[in-house]
Write a protein that binds this ligand. Sequence first.
Ligand code: BGC
Length: 478
Amino acid sequence: MSVTATAISPAVGSFRLSRSPRGIPRFRMAVSSNTVSVAPILTKLQKECATPLPLLRLVADSMAADMRAGLAVDGGSDLKMILSYVDSLPTGVLRVQLGGKEERVEATEFEQVSIPQELMFGTSEELFDFIASGLAKFAQKEGGKFHLPHGRQREIGFTFSFPVKQTSIDSGILIKWTKGFAVSGTAGKDVVACLNEAMERQGLDMQVSALVNDTVGTLAGARYWDDDVMVAVILGTGTNACYVERMDAIPKLQGYKSSSGRTIINTEWGAFSKGLPLTEFDREMDAASINPGEQIFEKTISGMYLGEIVRRVLLKLAEVATLFGNSVPEKLSMPFLLRTPHLCAMQKDNSEDFQAAGSILYEVAGVESNLNARKIVVEVCDTIVKRGGRLAGAGIVGILQKMEDDSKGLIFGKRTVVAMDGGLYENYPQYRKYLQEAVTELLGLEISKNVVIEHTKDGSGIGAALLASANSKYDHNY
Ligand code: BGC
């Protein structure tokens, strides 16, 4: 039996902007009289964010090298290269997903429960109790539709989209939180035990039979339909990639065997950091984050951060180069004020007067802007988004290259599918375009024809359900 949810709203949120009544924008004190012009700052930004082919190549090569180092020994590189314990792919169950911006407990097709913001900073028990209560509500609504043989528990595929050191298919220790989560008391604990205990507190007769990272779920879900899927990537609030690896290419593995001779490796590529073109704005954002020095690739390319980088650039332009006139709009100092959907809406707008940029700046940041300022804002968005998309493309090529180098012809000699999920990729056409361009530039026209990047919406939940079924603790012949 399989209960899966679809129609997940994009991790980067809705593209509609609220039409709040126009208030009077508030401004901070006037900018200093020592202003400089916008042009040199913008040129410097564009130069620092540039991703010419040699740089992309370096990033792809470093990604491949880091993969090898992480496979050689635990802690061997920025990439954790986590064993998923998924080495065969299957049929059928119910899932819980935790990990995007719109954190949710999936219930029926049309139901999602967002995890309240305060739980991102609460205690482990509060968070898992909330998830379990979502499951309880689901089970209640489902009523008597679902019958299990006596003595048998309902099984769950648990998609947990954070770095977890898996200890088996149904257990794993949280290494650290990412994406702005700072829940106390979970790091170092088995997240399946946390959920099982919370379900027990709720009186739920359920158990987790597969703990799955969202990338791994995506790969499993997509592979179910298409044998050519070899890699899965998430580009949403956060980012990550996993791929099918040969067991004999994992030196750090001692003793563990898989019947297929292959397994899925969760790279946790968000922690990658080599050769990235970073700016003062990235460094300042990182320093102010709750995980400074960590997840640098994620902070450069994923949906949670693009808007924040742009905001920091605009603030500087307002402060030192009077981008918005003689005063600095107060709201522009608010961290995470600008979000990826805002950037996307501004970039999508082809009107001559950059109307979308004008209204977003006004409604979101309280900024009255002239045409010139709007043009500059859109250019800043493009610079940051282009860098992100192209670096993501280089990351993908790094993984493909590593696989091809290990088994000639495996990847480039035939059709190979990269299953892709996440709101950033799904909803941001310009980002997608930049990503694809980088892949094509790096691989060349001929080879890149064999590499298909396929959007598999909500594949991770379906994959987790399939894996839960395949790893059922019960016999399948009931
Ligand atoms: C987490 C990964 C996850 C990715 C995408 C990252 O922040 O570390 O485990 O797969 O986000 O959701």
